[in-house]
Design a protein around this ligand. Structure first.
Ligand code: GCW
Length: 675
């Protein structure tokens, strides 16, 4: 069973015989590359494994075209070089053509990575018992589809909820890279092409000679799966590790030191994807220490990796927690990213991508989209999502995140009055004509055999990859693909997991923080459990400004922090006024009395009360609904999930009562309908 867990959605469980009979697939596999470490070679083996598992048929893998009917996987170029004829159109990088209509199944990639993705897509169909004849090309929406691990060198993981690191221990890289390769396989199956393996709060020790060699081994394990490795850097390394007197990014010795480190890294990892940098945020060192700009800092690394084709993901999550003061009505951490980056547009080298958290604060249960995307017109950008449920129940609560991400990706920023939907137009690079753009997600898998600590949490990783490939994809459809691949074809299982998952984010929002007030979780330490009192007077700038008669952050231009003015004019005008701000973001943008009447007709305070009862009620239905799957899901997963869902139902009550009581005490307004 542990092994099944590690296979996640790539279990290839045997289909029922009556379904297998309809398969009608070719009788051999041809993988058009015989180099064992190549993605196409690996794709051949994966096809063999998947078909054996799902259909019970043993197919041989050859590496040269044969005359009979076969499943051919390779690049378009390799295929046509052997005289193959294909209807494949011009493909983009990592794209592929899948044609199952002929006697030969064609899985042809623009590059080898694309061919591997095509093989996974074909297998996904087969494993779901879908033998429809198809012929289509698909290309990724964006070139950057990465995950970020927040793994520390000592083997712990920041905001990791699934055990210790699969990459590091005792300040070195692990010797056994089996799990690393298995992770790469999962990532490849959802189109992920890059990974940053260490925490953005980076330990310079990763740059020791021994660890660079270890990174080489990690990259070797992931390369066959088309996943390129990158690392997070600590800005002060020239001083703390290199022994230089300074880490000023414009100092010649510092520049030389970084170039030297980069050259050494590329000896070990010749295809290293690049660097990720968190600078001048939450105590991390950065260029501002020397009165240099963030662009000066980013450009230093960009120049070092440029000759190797590497890129720099530079995080926009920059704010100074030592200077936020709630007694100042105009202070607002939400302003920080745009304040820091607005004037730097145009100053970044072309191999730099500014990586922007989806909302202006920090992975809250509901946030408006970051306005920074509208200001990065000459600069490439990527969105940062979080598969790790840091503020969203830490994998102890079922929260399917795709619907939350969609509220951001589907949002139209109306930049300069033109359609500028974040996923489709901005992150695709189309709006500002960028080749480098896309997605990063904090994932934090660990040694736990479920990868994320609990079975259903993996739908989030799966959905992330599918959305990065195509942000317009339907969140229910991808959830159901994942469910069939992970739990089989039983209709009741499918319906139940769909129902629970699709209710889960709404429920979580209901029993945690409503109306855009943020998650109301503990902010000082672990970001888990109810702690509304910690949401004010903290130095982190995550405030609600709850007093005895009113609540919410006034982020208007006319009377507040001015944050709403960071959006392009149409959107700014909408959020500036209470009338046009949607209820679910009301307290994000406005400070109102508890008795303020929402568009729904309820008062703010009554909405809080009712939502908490509703949310807890929904959560309490989860274990009951899951129980109805007894016998339809294997015992281990059935029991383990039931345990989690029962816990969630109980914790939702704790949440409900804490929040209701807290606001009842603060406001003195009784709950009208809750009883
Ligand atoms: O929200 C905070 C997290 C930190 C994290 C930081 C960041 C890696 O609580 O743990 O540090 O965000 O994204 O840099």
């Amino acid at each position: 069973a542990a092994e099944d867990g590690l296979n996640a959605w790539l279990r290839y469980a045997r289909l029922p015989d009556n379904i297998i009979r309809q398969a009608g697939i070719p009788s051999s596999i041809v993988a058009l590359n015989s180099t064992e470490t190549s993605p196409v070679f690996v794709a051949g083996l994966e096809l063999q494994r998947g078909i054996k598992g799902a259909l019970g048929t043993n197919l041989d893998v050859a590496h040269k075209s044969n005359k009979g009917s076969s499943i051919v996987v390779g690049t378009v170029d390799a295929f046509t070089a052997t005289g193959g004829k294909t209807g494949a159109p011009e493909l983009e990088e990592d794209g592929f053509w899948l044609d199952t209509t002929g006697k030969t199944v064609q899985i042809l990639g623009q590059n080898e990575r694309g061919a591997l993705y095509g093989a996974f897509e074909y297998l996904s169909m087969l494993a779901q018992g879908n033998f429809t004849k198809v012929a289509y090309a698909t290309n990724p929406s964006a070139s950057i589809r990465w995950v970020n691990q927040w793994d520390n060198m000592d083997g712990t993981i920041e905001r990791g909820y699934a055990g210790l690191s699969i990459f590091f221990k005792n300040n070195t890289t692990v010797a056994n890279t089996t799990r690393v390769a298995e992770y790469a396989r999962l990532l490849a199956s959802i189109g992920i092409n890059g990974i940053v393996v260490n925490n953005v709060n980076a330990n310079p020790i990763l740059l020791s000679d021994e660890n660079m060699a270890g990174l080489g081994k990690i990259a070797d394990a992931m390369r066959p799966w088309g996943v390129r490795v990158g690392i997070s850097l600590n800005f002060a390394s020239p001083q703390t590790l290199g022994g230089l007197p300074t880490f000023d990014p414009l100092d010649k010795s510092v520049v030389a030191w970084w170039h030297d480190q980069t050259d050494k890294l590329y000896k070990h990892v010749p295809d290293m994807a690049g660097y990720l940098v968190k600078a001048n945020s939450e105590g991390q060192p950065g260029p501002i220490t020397y009165n240099r700009t963030l662009a000066d800092g980013a450009n230093l690394f960009a120049k070092a990796v440029k000759p190797y084709g590497g890129i720099v993901m530079f995080r926009a999550f920059v704010y100074d927690y030592q200077h936020l003061n709630e007694s100042n009505w105009k202070d607002d951490r939400a302003n920080a990213a745009v304040d820091h980056f607005r004037d730097l547009d145009g100053e970044f080298d072309d191999n730099i991508i500014v990586q922007v958290k989806y909302g202006p604060i920090d992975f809250q249960v509901r946030e408006p989209a970051s306005p920074l995307f509208a200001h990065l017109q000459q600069t490439s950008s990527a969105i940062e999502l979080q598969v790790s449920q840091e503020y969203l129940g830490q994998q102890c609560h079922l929260v399917y995140l795709a619907p939350l991400w969609k509220t951001i990706l589907d949002f139209d920023l109306r930049i300069d009055g033109e359609k500028s939907v974040i996923g489709e137009d901005v992150l695709s690079g189309k709006r500002f004509n960028k080749k480098l753009s896309g997605y990063a997600a904090v994932v934090n898998v660990g040694q736990n055999t479920t990868w994320l600590g609990t079975h259903l949490a993996m739908s989030n990783l799966y959905a992330y990859g599918r959305i990065a490939w195509d942000p317009t994809v339907d969140e229910v459809a991808i959830l159901q693909d994942w469910t069939r691949l992970t739990y089989g074809l039983n209709r009741k299982v499918l319906d139940t997991i769909t129902e629970l998952s699709m209710q889960s984010w709404v429920a979580y929002e209901n029993y945690t923080g409503n109306l855009g007030v943020q998650t109301l979780t503990d902010i000082t330490y672990n970001h888990y459990g109810p702690n509304p009192q910690s949401m004010d007077n903290n130095p982190w700038g995550q405030w609600t400004r709850a007093d005895s008669d009113s609540i919410g952050m006034d982020r208007t231009v006319w009377n507040g922090t001015g944050f709403s003015g960071q959006y392009p004019s149409e959107v700014a005008a909408r959020f500036e006024s209470i009338e046009t701000t949607p209820d679910d973001l009301l307290l994000w943008f406005h400070h109102v009395p508890y008795t303020h009447v929402l568009k729904s007709g309820k008062t703010v305070i009554q909405h809080f009360y009712d939502a908490h009862y509703d949310g807890a009620e929904t959560a309490s239905s989860f274990p009951r609904k899951w129980t109805s799957l007894k016998g339809l899901v294997d015992t281990q997963r059935f029991e383990e999930m039931l345990f989690r869902l029962e816990y969630q139902a109980g914790h939702a009550i704790v949440w409900r009562d804490s929040i209701v009581q807290f606001y009842n005490n603060v406001s003195g307004i009784p709950t009208a309908a809750a009883a």
